[in-house]
Ligand binder design. Structure first.
Ligand code: GAR
Length: 219
């Protein structure tokens, strides 16, 4: 059983939980988190740093526009371990407590995962373990599922695999195509990420095997 090491409830006078956001593209999940912090829906949490591995990622520009510390480490053509060592150095420099993958389309090296045990979360646009990997919404639509959704989970060494924090499900409509389904899943993602971060920031949980279990429940 892994006990969480932090509880950043501001009511207890603890310092804010410092997020390091990793992204590769549009950044709508990052912006949803930033908006939740700005509007008080994520108390006790702050964004310490945004890192992109893609030079022209709109999410990186958005981070700069918001005045947040932002860094670019281009990953293309670089060995994974070497790239991630640079990313890790930057995260440490900014005293990041929790890494949030928000459309970060690159597998993390074992070294980076080990440096933040159960302190890396990812959002994936399917109900895992169904449809890991790329274009999950298109995979789900093509498979003909009737229920789709998104998953927020801790990150381990396998792709889209660690302990699940929460999932949000929607029905696939007769009128859906792959694009409209992806849009409706994205709407759920924005709600799910904030909810999951609130759950993690509370520190009131244990990870039992693959299970996120709220404290004082299920005993
Ligand atoms: C989101 O749908 C996210 O779930 C997905 O990339 C998109 C990023 O959008 N991530 C993955 O597929 C990870 N396996 P965003 O840049 O607008 O947040």
């Amino acid at each position: 059983m892994n006990e969480p090491e932090f509880n950043h409830d501001l009511a207890e006078g603890r310092p804010p939980l410092r997020l390091g956001i990793l992204l590769s593209g549009r950044g709508s999940n990052f912006l949803a988190i930033a908006d939740s912090i700005r509007t008080g829906r994520l108390p006790g949490v702050e964004i310490a740093l945004v890192i992109s591995n893609v030079a022209d990622a709109p999410g990186l520009t958005a981070a700069k526009d918001l005045g947040l510390p932002a860094a670019l480490y281009v990953s293309k053509g670089r060995p994974r371990a070497e790239h991630d060592a640079d990313v890790l150095g930057c995260l440490k420099e900014h005293h990041v407590d929790l890494i949030c993958l928000a459309g970060y389309m690159r597998l993390l090296s074992p070294g980076l995962v080990a440096a933040f045990p159960n302190r890396i979360v990812n959002i994936h646009p399917s109900l895992l373990p169904a449809f890991p990997g790329l274009e999950a919404q298109e995979q789900a639509f093509a498979y003909g599922v009737k229920i789709a959704g998104c998953t927020v989970h801790f990150v381990d060494d396998e792709l889209d695999h660690g302990a699940i924090i929460l999932q949000r499900a929607i029905s696939v409509l007769e009128s859906d195509d792959a694009h409209s389904l992806a849009e409706r899943i994205l709407h759920e993602e924005h709600i799910a990420y904030t909810e999951a971060l609130r759950m993690v920031a509370s520190g009131q949980y244990e990870i039992r095997g693959r299970r996120y279990v709220k404290r004082n429940q299920g005993r």
